[in-house]
Write a protein of this length. Structure first.
Length: 268
């Protein structure tokens, strides 16, 4: 079954003074059918977060353009993007007064498979229709306590340290990276990359319902507007990337026109 891809990337500054999230949808000029989606949620004063998030997009672009499937596995490519961005961001901490950090979500699409990696608490969702197939694990203190059974979901929701990260780019420790894949992808697969400024206001079921019912651009507008309404004037930067796989519609060929006899030459 031939697949076509529908995509959308969208952002809102929320109620912050600066947009420190970054998103990217990158085609590969050398490899038709390959593209990459990226999202980074930057943290740090004096534009440090914006710089950190920008490094994820830049490294993604550089490494993806140099990617050769025969020489490098998808996992190696994804890891190189996150590791190299982490190194650059970490060096910036020693050469400026900024304290830059960022999350990272990177998804690689190539014919027959999709691979992704993430670090931090920005999320990658994989839906098949409106059914959740997988969701990335937040590298946060509260999520770790929840996983170990020390907190209930209700306690985690209102915990004062729910925004404390255990893993991100730019920190002293090496970033924790989780990986996932869909091979082969199928019609009805939907991938959502988003920052916590979006996912904090939605259940998995609501996200799946909106993404299934609407094309990516309309879904993005609905989700961002609902997040803004629910933030009630206290919203963070809000960013997302949507990738939706649909069955490719074959072009209907018009039947050949009926043959007509050639006109006879006119005689004087």
């Amino acid at each position: 079954m031939a697949l076509s891809v529908e995509t959308c990337a969208a952002q809102h500054i929320g109620d912050r003074k600066e947009q420190q999230d970054r998103v990217g949808l990158l085609p590969n000029p050398k490899r038709p059918g390959f593209f990459m989606a990226l999202l980074a949620d930057g943290m740090g004063g004096h534009s440090g977060g914006a710089m950190a998030a920008e490094q994820v997009i830049l490294k993604g672009q550089q490494n993806f353009e140099a990617f050769g499937p025969a020489d490098e596995t998808p996992k190696e490519l994804l890891r190189s993007i996150i590791d190299e961005a982490h190194t650059v961001i970490k060096l910036t901490r020693f050469t400026s007064e900024q304290d830059p950090h960022t999350t990272a979500c990177v998804l690689l699409f190539q014919p027959g498979r999709i691979d992704w990696a993430h670090c931090g608490d920005s999320r990658i969702y994989h839906f098949r229709g409106d059914r959740l197939v997988s969701r990335s694990f937040d590298h946060s203190y509260v999520n770790e306590m929840l996983r170990k059974g020390y907190l209930t979901p209700e306690q985690a929701e209102s915990h004062p340290q729910k925004n404390v990260l255990l893993g991100c780019l730019g920190s002293e420790r090496e970033p924790t990276i989780d990986y996932g894949e869909a091979a082969p992808p199928a019609a009805g697969d939907i991938f959502l990359l988003c920052s916590d400024g979006l996912w904090a206001y939605f259940s998995d079921d609501e996200l799946g319902g909106v993404l299934t019912a609407h094309p990516p651009r309309a879904a993005a507008e609905i989700l961002i507007q609902r997040a803004r309404d629910r933030a009630n004037g206290h919203g963070d930067n809000c960013s997302l990337v949507i990738i939706k796989l649909v069955e490719k519609q074959e072009e209907k060929k018009s039947p050949p026109a009926a043959a007509r006899p050639a006109p006879r030459p006119a005689h004087p």
